[in-house]
Design a protein around this ligand. Sequence first.
Ligand SMILES: CC(C)(COP(=O)(O)OP(=O)(O)OC[C@H]1O[C@@H](n2cnc3c(N)ncnc32)[C@H](O)[C@@H]1OP(=O)(O)O)[C@@H](O)C(=O)NCCC(=O)NCCS
Length: 331
Amino acid sequence: MPTTAFLGTGFYVPERVVSNQELSLSMDTSDDWIVERTGIKERRWVSEDDTGTGMALSASVDALEQAGMEADQVDAIVLATLSPDHFFPGTGVFLQRELGLVGVPALDIRTQCTGFLYGLSVADAWIKSGQYRTVLLVGVEIQSTGIDVTTRGRDMAVLFGDGAGAAVLGTTEEENRGVLSTHLHADGRHAEILWCDAASSARHPRITADDIKAGRHYPTMVGKEVFKHAVTRMPEVVREALSANGLTTEDVDLLIPHQANLRISEMVRRRLGLPEERVYNNIDRYGNTTAATIPIALAEAVDQGRLKQGDLLALTAFGSGLTWGSALVRW
Ligand SMILES: CC(C)(COP(=O)(O)OP(=O)(O)OC[C@H]1O[C@@H](n2cnc3c(N)ncnc32)[C@H](O)[C@@H]1OP(=O)(O)O)[C@@H](O)C(=O)NCCC(=O)NCCS
């Protein structure tokens, strides 16, 4: 059976840097509060000419270049986002069109912050089964155009950023290299602790002036509950992956956790007993870019030479759904 390897990684973040200070102009918050509770110093937010498709394209071109491949070598696209450019169709087909890949399947994944890992699991299965040889996997998010930037929405608004990350996945002949396993979970009992209620096809009509007045079109969160689930589920699913592969936390060379909040990543690190230098964080610069945090962080880690051949890379994510998961990769 072929093994799935990361052949190239890439990312794109919008040029516009939004500081905590800038946010404090439109809501009652402060740099001190945000840094202390979240570790975020700034994030990137899109300008009017940025789109999810455009950011996904830039990240994909970057990843293809690193893989030394042309777009026409891609056999399938998997794209994770909770903020598609349009209600439908998904952003995957727009990316496919931009890449000139008419006929190639494009699958959109809607598992929020865990989207990249769900996508990795699907891509890995396709590659291992021989159905597709090369899969372009993208996580892209535009949160800034959909959040409440007044004091009412400050708990959410300060957390989120925009960006895209991509990976080219393909088969490898090299022994002892590639995706070892993916472990995925969900628990819909807690769907409403982190969600966006409207526009909704369960409503008649999907959105009303009252919904907008009440802010139901903005995402909401029970922050403390989300926090508790995140710091429990991520270490748990990393341990599940390690144990399934006969490995321990001692074997992990680099952990890239979903960038939700630096305090969450710190607690995950401590619960796994990993030293600081074996965990990659960039939330201070980008905030939480949802489905894009892991591929952006991975691309940065690769660019910085943080992964060498044979290293054990652990990825873990947690998000709305609730959904969570992990992946182990022999680099
Ligand atoms: C959002 C989060 C940072 C809030 O931190 P917290 O310590 O739980 O703070 P609380 O929610 O208890 O709020 C404490 C106070 O700060 C206020 N507050 C919330 N956001 C604020 C902000 N941006 N600036 C200033 N004050 C803020 C609250 O209104 C509350 O005020 P009150 O005590 O007068 O009611 C934290 O709960 C968290 O990170 N949760 C997980 C979020 C997450 O990762 N989501 C994505 C998962 S994929």
